[in-house]
Each structure stands twice: as structure tokens, then as C-alpha cells.
Design a protein around this ligand. Structure first.
Ligand code: TRP
Length: 460
């Protein structure tokens, strides 16, 4: 049996990579980050960073993968020698750790979907407060995230074509349909336009240094960059594909879903007179209250639809996160795919237990004394994504320009795109990857580390 596999078509790859990109990062994290960082101004910064800097990084990542045709470790190792192989291992570690907390949040979404659609929860008195009770309960967390991990593993076992590609082809279009239907509804609500104004009319006085590096962190997370997920997916892409075009489509799909999620959530929030600055709870606390106000029948349909959407989005992302270490085990350790998947899924699930217990179930995990009394879930998410992804991106661009050589990258991109060499976009990508990204991402990484561990406002 072919253990590696490949995507059967351009659209298959695009949907799988866009499926990886579109996830909780777009529908859960992006709205609350935007809400906390001043609305429209954050949206603009985010879009600018995505196109100017993240797009070239994405092209670089996919090129490395397609050039070698191996997992993240194998790719760095082959192109740069053992010393650079560590960067692949770093990515694999980040993937495992990100998945460990991501799966917990995905489990919440799954639990919400089931409870809203199939129980009488909406008739409960204070539905909005449900979140508080729900995330504290260890067994709820355990069961729902176990289910989610199981579904993820089940798809990844089926391999690249039969599992990942097929699942993405069904789930991605469905996601768009649900999203648009919900937006149409939310825009008809009273005061919806206040939400639209907050979201689309920028107030530039809101922009600070923090807006900038939060925007960059968010863009990296949302596009699945900085840890080799796209190296891994790139390794399943054939040489006739135009990487530039595919990466552009993936970027567009990703920002569209983030943009649309904002367009759904802010009108809902403002129509209920709520504050947009509620942080991670925004989607889980504010929205259920709103669904309840719609009455038991409509609330069930709209609320159930929303959380189903969130589950779909999360699932195509958990698949890609699990695929990174799985590809490593299959390519490097020659462990059969099926065994690799189940071993890793179990490992990730166990590593997620502190995050599951961190929302009030167990005190030591809920408030880590060495990390400003934040929760274990915050710790894992901030260290392995907010900090590690831009840092990983910085190291990757250093690898491309100082070790692999941007000439070789150009050659790889020119496969499937004969007019690439000598074009303006080639100069732009090479310049950005050689000079801008290493410096900018390095600087942002340092700022984020200082901020997360010591608090930037205390220093400046
Ligand atoms: N991009 C996904 C989201 O927005 C999360 C994700 C999936 C991811 N794979 C990744 C993030 C790889 C970083 C790296 O929800």
C-alpha cells in the first residue's frame, strides 16, 4: 500500500489546505481578538500583514514541502542537513501541543452543538451562563474532546485522498452555506448596523504595538503557518500545480471566512447590547444567550447551525495538525499510518488533560503561578502558537534565504508556473523572505515573549 499518498487534484489540495487554515482561529479567535483590539483597525492591520508578509511565507512553506516530498523533519533535513532537521522537530512538537488544547476547545464546540440541538437547554433560565458550568466539568470536557479526537483520527487513518481530501471537499462548501445563511439572519436584527460600524469603520487611534504583533500572531495561526503543516501538505502536491495561485486562493478563503465570521458575530453582539471585548468567551458565552433570546425553535436551528459550523471548521484543522506528526512517523520511522495515527491521537489527548482541567476544575491547572496565574490552556496556546509560530516562521525564512537559497525556491515555484522567473512577484517574495520576514518576525517574537512572560506595559 502507498503509505504516502497525494492529493488527486488542484482543488483537492486547495480545499484541504484551506480547511486546515479555516478553523477555530477564524470563527472563535478572530472575532474576539478583533473585539479586544479595537474592531475595524485590527481588521485592516490583519489583512495587510496577511497579504504583505504571510503570503510569501506560505509560498515558501509549500515550496519546501513539494521540493522534497517528505514530512517537515525530512524536508529540512534533506535540504539543510541534520542541523536544520531540528526545525522540523520543533514544528512537530508545536503541532502536537497546539492540537492538545485546540481539541479541547473543539470539544466545547461539539458539546454545544449536541446540547443545543438535541436537549432542552434553550429553555434553561440562564443559558448564557452555561459556558461557565460546562467548561468546569471535567467529564463533559473529557467526553466531548475524546469524541472529537476520535473523529479526527478516524479521518486521518483513511489517508490523504480518501480521508483528508474527501472530508474537506464536503465540509468546506457546507461551511460557507451555513455561514452566509446565519449572516443574512443576523443583519436583519435591530441595531445590527452598530455592529457593522464597529467592525468596518476604523479608528486609527486604537492601533498600538500590541495590535501589530497580535495581528501577526493571529495571521500565522489562522493561516496554519510557522510549524510545517503546509510543508507536510505541500509534500502531497504534484509538480504541475501553480503554487502561487493555490496559496493565493487559500489565503483568500481563509480571510473570507474570518471576515464573514466577524460580520456574523458583531451584529449579533451589538443587537443584544453586549460588549465586544469579552475575550475567548465571546463565541461561547455571548452567542448562546443570543440564541436563547430567539426562542426555543429558532434558537435551536440557528444556534445548532452555528456550532455545527464551528465543528466542521475545527475538524479540517485538527486533521491537518495531526497529519504533521503522522507524516513524520510514516516517513521517518516507517510506522504504518494506522498505528501512527492512533498512538499520536492518544498522546495528544493525554497531553490535553491539563488544558481540560484548567477552566476551574483543578486549581493548579487553572492558575499557573509561574505564568501570571493564567490557565494551562492559555499557557499552551500562548507558548506554542502565539509565540512559537511567528518564531518558527522567522527561522524558516532564515533557512530559505541562508541555507536552501532563494534561487532554489524560485526554481521550485517555477514548476507549474513558467513565467514566474524574472517576474515582479518573484522579486517581491525573495526580498520579503530574505530581508523583511527574518527581521520583522524576529522582532515580533521577542516582543511577544516579553509581553507574555513579563508584561510589555510594565516595561515600556
Ligand atoms: N489555522 C487553524 C485555525 O485557524 C489552526 C491550525 C490548523 C493551525 N493547523 C495548524 C495553526 C497548523 C498553526 C499551524 O483554526
Amino acid at each position: 500500500m502507498d503509505q504516502r499518498g497525494s492529493f488527486t487534484s488542484r482543488i483537492g489540495f486547495i480545499l484541504a489546505a484551506a480547511g486546515s487554515a479555516v478553523g477555530l482561529g477564524n470563527i472563535w479567535k478572530f472575532p474576539y481578538e478583533t473585539g479586544q483590539n479595537g474592531g475595524a483597525a485590527f481588521l485592516l492591520i490583519y489583512l495587510a500583514l496577511t497579504f504583505l508578509f504571510c503570503y510569501p511565507v506560505m509560498v515558501g512553506e509549500i515550496s519546501i514541502g513539494r521540493r522534497v516530498g517528505l514530512d517537515a523533519y525530512g524536508s529540512y533535513n534533506k535540504l539543510g542537513g541534520k542541523k536544520w532537521g531540528f526545525l522540523g522537530l520543533y514544528g512537530i512538537l508545536c503541532g502536537i501541543m497546539i492540537l492538545s488544547f485546540y481539541n479541547v476547545v473543539a470539544g466545547w464546540a461539539f458539546g454545544y452543538f449536541l446540547e443545543i440541538s438535541f436537549s432542552d437547554l434553550l429553555t434553561e433560565e440562564n443559558y448564557g451562563a452555561f459556558f461557565g458550568r460546562y467548561v468546569v466539568d471535567f467529564w463533559d470536557n473529557l467526553i466531548f474532546s475524546l469524541c472529537f479526537m476520535f473523529i479526527t483520527a478516524f479521518i486521518v487513518v483513511k489517508g490523504v485522498q480518501g480521508g483528508i481530501e474527501r472530508a474537506s471537499k464536503i465540509m468546506m462548501p457546507t461551511l460557507f452555506v451555513i455561514l452566509i445563511a446565519l449572516i443574512v439572519y443576523s443583519l436583519t436584527l435591530p441595531n445590527a448596523m452598530d455592529g457593522v460600524r464597529f467592525y468596518l469603520l476604523p479608528d486609527f487611534s486604537e492601533i498600538t504595538l500590541e495590535t501589530l504583533y497580535s495581528g501577526m500572531g493571529q495571521a500565522f495561526f489562522s493561516l496554519s503557518l510557522g510549524m510545517g503543516a503546509l510543508i507536510t501538505y505541500g509534500s502531497y502536491v504534484n509538480k504541475q500545480q501553480n503554487i502561487l495561485k493555490s496559496a493565493l486562493t487559500i489565503t483568500f478563503l481563509d480571510i473570507s471566512v474570518a471576515f464573514l465570521a466577524g460580520l456574523l458575530i458583531f451584529p449579533l453582539v451589538f443587537s443584544q447590547g453586549q460588549s465586544p471585548e469579552q475575550g475567548p468567551a465571546l463565541v461561547f458565552v455571548v452567542l448562546p444567550g443570543i440564541f436563547q433570546a430567539m426562542g426555543p425553535v429558532l434558537g435551536k436551528v440557528v444556534g445548532g447551525g452555528f456550532f455545527l459550523l464551528l465543528c466542521f471548521a475545527a475538524l479540517t484543522s485538527t486533521i491537518s495538525l495531526l497529519e504533521v506528526p503522522v507524516a513524520y512517523m510514516v516517513d521517518q520511522k516507517k510506522v504504518p499510518r494506522k498505528i501512527s495515527v492512533w498512538i499520536l491521537a492518544a498522546l495528544v489527548f493525554i497531553l490535553g488533560i491539563p488544558s481540560m482541567l484548567s477552566q476551574g476544575a483543578v486549581d493548579i491547572f487553572s492558575s499557573l503561578s509561574f505564568y501570571n496565574d493564567k490557565s494551562a490552556l492559555d499557557f499552551v496556546s500562548e507558548v506554542f502558537s502565539d509565540i512559537s509560530l511567528p518564531l518558527g516562521g522567522c527561522l524558516m525564512t532564515i533557512f530559505i534565504s541562508r541555507r536552501w537559497n532563494s534561487k532554489n525556491m524560485s526554481e521550485e515555484i517555477a514548476n507549474g508556473n513558467p513565467r514566474y522567473k524574472g517576474s515582479f512577484i518573484e522579486s517581491y517574495i525573495n526580498f520579503t523572505i530574505t530581508y523583511v520576514c527574518p527581521v520583522l518576525l524576529g522582532l515580533f517574537s521577542i516582543l511577544i515573549i516579553i509581553d507574555k512572560f513579563f508584561g510589555l506595559d510594565k516595561i515600556l
